[in-house]
Design a protein around this ligand. Structure first.
Ligand SMILES: NC(=O)c1ccc[n+]([C@@H]2O[C@H](COP(=O)([O-])OP(=O)(O)OC[C@H]3O[C@@H](n4cnc5c(N)ncnc54)[C@H](O)[C@@H]3O)[C@@H](O)[C@H]2O)c1
Length: 367
């Protein structure tokens, strides 16, 4: 078991532990008691478990470990199950969830639990941020990507027709619980999605992550190494979030591969997954950065080799103009300028501000 304490504006623990799903009720109860005192904890009667259809069938049923442990700890549970997928990471799903909460008379002291991948976490966190002007929520990530990235740091939100994550809020969870056993039902593409965010953390701030991940063949068959990598990636995110919770500076580094990655997701109508798109996005910025001599000589090729070693398909089916067009609708553009995250040498990235007008040419150099 590893516990990582995130010292954000609302501090919380990330607990990585086999079997934690069946301890969730007790851990949530303890957390509420510590934060609110016994009387405050007792005012939390209802817990709504939010999940998508796939995860609901695997881990979210009324007789399964999570609901059982919540009820054993004295909570009444309800479930909100939605179809999942980027097409449902919308205001409409959030509105349906809010209706579910009012229908079930959730009060300000009750709690939401996000059981699922990054989409479930983003939707649940956003609903928690706005329901009755904000209620508590717990993240129980079930994808590798959600465990190492989206469940930590308090970014929540939904997509708008114009692009990814264009509506949202910073809203930190009370607790994050990850049971590595959930990885047994993730296929290789979903594991690779999460590994892209682990490698991203390595490129941004911790080269040991890259060495550790490449030190064994068939990484996904090494549960101990995987758990260590998850802890390391969460620690990179923790350090950055603690330094810059609202993304006014350093936190932008976590967007490595995301400017082009989000554009790829959008151009593919979300057929290409977030992790796969981020891997391609990292390759494009590494190659472009090398061509433009923004980065250490040869390091762009190294990044492409590392991504290739893990088996990512790094071909990009969209032309530079389409990617630039999609990226420029993104919220990260400010006053005709856009901030790119450039991996300039191992374990380090820098922010490079460029004119929006130059983005297409830059992407062209990375394709
Ligand atoms: N808030 C943040 O800081 C942040 C950071 C990174 C990514 N994100 C967001 O996260 C989303 C991507 O997350 P994701 O890849 O986890 O997507 P996801 O939530 O759609 O999960 C991917 C798929 O895996 C299935 N699944 C989940 N857990 C499973 C399990 N244990 N076994 C089998 N199937 C399982 C889901 O049903 C879904 O079909 C994107 O929308 C991205 O924008 C947010």
């Amino acid at each position: 078991m590893e516990t990582i304490h995130v010292n954000a504006s609302k501090p919380y623990d990330v607990i990585l532990k086999a079997g934690v799903l069946s301890e969730a009720g007790r851990l949530i109860r303890n957390e509420l008691e510590q934060r609110r005192g016994t009387a405050g904890m007792l005012r939390c009667r209802r817990v709504c478990v939010v999940t998508d259809e796939t995860v609901g069938a695997l881990y979210g049923g009324p007789g399964q470990a999570l609901h059982t442990s919540l009820r054993s700890a004295g909570f009444e549970t309800t479930s909100f199950v939605f179809p999942g997928g980027e097409a449902h990471k919308t205001m409409e799903t959030v509105a349906q969830l809010l209706d579910h909460l009012t229908e079930n008379r959730f009060s300000r002291t009750d709690l939401l639990v996000a059981l699922g991948g990054g989409i479930t976490g983003d939707v649940t966190g956003f609903a928690a941020a706005i329901y009755l002007r904000g209620i508590d929520f717990v993240q129980i990530p079930t994808t590798l990507l959600a465990a190492v990235d989206s469940s930590v740091g308090g970014k929540t939100g939904v997509n708008l027709p114009a692009g990814k994550n264009l509506a949202g809020a910073f809203w930190q969870p009370n607790l994050v619980l990850f049971d590595p056993a959930v990885m047994t039902t993730l296929g290789r593409p979903l594991l690779l999605d999460g590994m892209a965010e682990i490698l991203k953390a390595g490129f941004i701030a911790d080269s040991n992550i890259i060495y550790d991940a490449m030190n064994v063949s068939s990484i996904f068959e090494h549960p101990e190494t995987m758990l260590r990598l998850i802890g390391s990636a969460v620690n990179v995110k923790r350090r950055i979030v603690e330094a810059d919770e609202r993304e006014s500076g350093e936190r932008k580094l976590l967007n490595l591969g995301h400017t082009v990655g989000h554009a790829i997701e959008k151009c593919s109508n979300y057929e290409i997954s977030h992790g796969a798109a981020v891997a391609i996005g990292m390759k494009i910025i590494a190659k472009a950065g090398q061509a433009l001599e923004w980065i250490e000589s040869g390091y762009g090729d190294d990044i492409c080799d590392i991504l290739g070693y893990f088996g990512y398909d790094l071909s990009c089916p969209y032309p530079a103009w389409a990617l630039a067009d999609a990226a420029l609708n993104d919220k990260k553009m400010q006053g005709g300028r856009i901030s790119l995250v450039v991996p300039d040498h191992p374990g380090h990235c820098m922010l490079k501000e460029v004119s929006a007008a130059d983005l297409e040419d830059i992407i062209k150099k990375g394709l």
